[in-house]
Design a protein around this ligand. Structure first.
Ligand code: 8YV
Length: 310
């Protein structure tokens, strides 16, 4: 056994996580050359896949530390069955993801990227003002998922005088927002439908053609959750036909590949999964992911196990 515990990195970790990990652990970056029987920890990102067959290959595995709030790529049931702890990094990214949700809603409503392109192309001078856009303040926002980030989005939306409704596994009577138990009913009652629910099997293609039809030709979809939550083909069809007014997306079904059909649509604002991508937040996420590993290997309970492992 090496003096330091062996870890397997299943994502390209940023230097501000990799370097401090390398000071305390022996970090392997390729499954092919890693000593499988010695790997005691896995470090990954929110997009990482840790399936049951990988867990089965690592007999000494004790912990999976995800630098991300989402851990839908980890087979938590398989980990738990083997007594493997799974941790993630909640809370530290709430502000950034909520900020981005509001930014995306504003960008699609006011068509800011489109207006900027128009100016850069010299069309303001040659064609005159851009077409009028949609007002966000005072509009109805429906939030799919009223967890910590959903609540941070709602707080910001309130400052814009928006009317807020939501759907979640159950109503949260302490919150001053309208609860709908069906996402279709929420969509029908929303001008902006914001998705911030965990990914995984339970929410796969939750936002389908029926929900988009309920959102309607004046409605906008904003997704800062996981691409898997939206039926991307149905969304492209709805955007092409004008079944909904527009979509602003941070996440996609098959990242980093975004279908050409989506990339060419003028009623879509698309950003490359940047919800938590500020220096301050990524540092806080890296620190927490490292701290969870250090606590575990010091024989203590990690700070932020996933709910299933608490
Ligand atoms: C990051 C995320 O993309 O936290 C999540 O679940 O999707 C993101 O914040 C990523 O996991 C950073 O490592």
């Amino acid at each position: 056994m090496s003096a330091q515990p062996d870890l397997l990195a299943v994502a390209k970790l940023p230097p501000f996580l990799m370097e401090p990990l390398q000071a305390r652990f022996t970090v392997h970056t390729s499954l092919d050359s890693a000593p499988l029987d010695r790997i005691r920890g896995i470090a990954g990102s929110g997009e990482s896949k840790v399936p049951a067959d990988l867990i089965a290959k690592l007999p000494a595995l004790e912990i999976v530390s995800i630098m991300g709030v989402g851990y839908d790529g980890v087979d938590v049931a398989a980990a738990k069955a083997r007594g493997v702890m799974v941790t993630h990094t909640p809370d530290v990214l709430n502000d950034d993801v909520a900020d981005l949700a509001i930014a995306l809603a504003l960008n699609i409503a006011r068509r800011i990227p489109q207006a900027e392109r128009y100016l850069r192309q010299g069309r303001w001078a040659s064609e005159g003002p851009v077409p009028l856009a949609t007002k966000l303040s005072g509009a109805r926002m429906g939030i799919v998922g009223m967890g910590r980030i959903g609540q941070a989005i709602a707080e910001r939306a309130r400052a814009f005088g928006m009317h807020i409704a939501y759907t979640a596994r159950s109503a949260k009577p302490d919150l001053p927002y309208t609860f709908h138990d069906q996402v279709t009913a929420l969509a029908a009652a929303s001008d902006f439908l914001v998705i911030i629910t965990p990914g995984g099997a339970a929410t796969r293609k939750l936002i389908d053609a029926k929900v988009l039809a309920a959102l309607g030709p004046k409605g906008y979809l904003v997704n800062v959750a996981r691409g898997s939550v939206v039926d991307e083909a149905a969304l492209i069809d709805a955007l092409q036909k004008g079944t909904i007014a527009g979509a602003a997306l941070d996440v996609f079904e098959n990242e980093p590949n975004v279908p050409e059909a989506l990339r060419t649509l003028d009623n879509a604002v698309l950003v490359p999964h940047i919800g938590s991508a500020t220096r301050a937040t990524r540092q806080a996420m890296a620190d927490l992911a490292r701290h969870n590993l250090e606590l575990h290997f010091a024989g203590q309970q990690p700070k932020t196990p996933v709910p299933e492992c608490r």
